[in-house]
Design a protein around this ligand. Structure first.
Ligand SMILES: N[C@@H]1[C@@H](O)[C@H](O)[C@@H](COP(=O)(O)O)O[C@@H]1O
Length: 235
């Protein structure tokens, strides 16, 4: 693991965006794995800036997002479809048909998981996967468990995650209790991984991630076994 401690969140955002931009410059038709949550917001803002100044071009890029809440449609203001459109896709020249996010309202969620996993494979796999970090060490929506989940599947959110995400909803009762998430196996298949995390509520999870112990109770810890992972963190 390549571990970088940034001096500030601004520096973290810049470094993460430079790594993603570098991937796009090296391979204009890159398949990028994107994440939601507050952590990548600054990185996306930097990518938009790099696009506006003409440094990067999204016209040939394909993206796959990590996850989506079960029950939230594309137009729900807290859906990850909406988040990506608002914070990145509508501000760069990416083709809508090249952006992929699991559907949270598919009639058959299990079939949707299978379809999503196959679509990633058909696109040639993910070149660079961006990840945030849950307070409890989750990546995507892969919560602490007794085993590492393999493929894209419907997952139940823990109380800790529901509580953390309540800030985006009117009440905890409104936070969906399930999500469709890429599995740990799906994430580990990405050729490169970039995890970003900062802030007091992530301190413990970051420490555990860097401690060396690999356990499904700390899902992100498996990244230590990935040959091309970069962690950029800040206080
Ligand atoms: N599914 C997302 C994760 O992908 C994200 O990493 C996590 C942390 O979010 P934040 O960056 O807002 O702390 O939140 C959600 O649970």
């Amino acid at each position: 693991m390549n571990v970088i401690k940034a001096k500030s969140v601004e520096e973290l955002n810049k470094k993460a965006a430079v790594m993603i931009a570098g991937q796009m410059l090296e391979k204009p038709d890159s398949v990028l794995g994107f994440a939601t949550g507050s952590s990548p917001l600054g990185t996306y803002a930097e990518l938009i800036r790099l696009y506006q100044e003409g440094t990067i071009d999204f016209s040939q890029v394909t993206t796959f997002n990590l996850d989506e809440y079960v029950g939230l449609g594309k137009d729900h203001s807290q859906s990850y479809h909406y988040f990506m459109k608002e914070n990145l896709f509508s501000k760069v020249n990416i083709k809508e048909e090249n952006t992929h996010i699991p559907s949270g309202v598919a009639a058959d969620a299990t079939a949707e998981c299978r379809r999503y996993e196959e679509a990633i494979g058909a696109a040639g796999g993910v070149d660079l996967q961006l990840l945030g970090l849950g307070r409890n060490g989750h990546i995507g929506f892969n919560e602490p468990d007794s085993i590492f989940g393999k493929e894209t599947s419907v997952v139940k959110l823990t109380e800790s995650t529901i509580e953390a995400n309540t800030r985006f909803f009117d009440s905890s009762a409104e936070v969906p209790k399930e999500a469709i998430s890429m599995g740990i196996g799906t994430i580990m298949k990405a050729r490169k991984i970039l995890l970003i995390a900062y802030g007091a509520d992530k301190k413990e999870a970051i420490e555990k991630l860097l401690s060396g112990e690999v356990s499904p109770q700390m899902p992100a810890s498996i990244l230590q076994l990935h040959p091309q992972t970069t962690i950029i963190y800040a206080d």
